[in-house]
Design a protein. Sequence first.
Length: 250
Amino acid sequence: MTKTSPPTLQDFYENPAVPVASGTPRTLRQARILAAALSRHPHPHRRSPATVLDIGCGDGTAAATAAPLLRGHHVIGVDWSQDALRRASSHLTHVVRGELTNNGLPFATGAADAILFSEVIEHLVDPDSALDELRRVLTPGGHLMLSTPNLAAWYNRALLLTGTQPVFSEVSLRAVHGRPGREVVGHLRLYTARALREFLTASGFDVIRITGAPFHGVPRPLRPLDRLICSAAPTAGSILLAHARRRDGD
């Protein structure tokens, strides 16, 4: 009888059934913020057109959605998963494989003017090394657009009071336990707005702004409330959207 090895984390992300796309509305919001930032007075290190890396591009739909708003700039999709890259190649002209380790991205130091980093950091075993690598490939003053689920989302605060596991958090890669929802998506870490701001600052970035964005998985009757809270109280919003810049001199 042959004993099979337990699935690895890479096996999990190479599984075509694992979701690899983020929500369209927050993708568009990120792209608008980035497009506006790139159109302002040029930074001394910035090139024209700008090189924009979508790191953790998944199936490429987010970058394809953002592309019209970033027209004139060079958008490159980057992912660890070969399966995701195969799917992304149908949406993007340029896709490459890369890892968020020391020199694991196939780009020279300072090669990128901006990075889209959507719904990735919550999946990482070593986010410290990942941000070091993002900082390496960004030019000084380059833009980082990061989004991640909010541990302190308004409904998570209520769920914790009842002893329920928060939405977005997971205790297993095999099944959902103790929280709402049925889909396992491989979240390893979660952030509040305060923790995310402190982490980015400690990693060599100047945080411009952190805002909130709705989550498509909120039950339909509660979506107006979700949108209202994201606008009025971003630290309690479903998704955190961070705009930061690589600190000059680091």
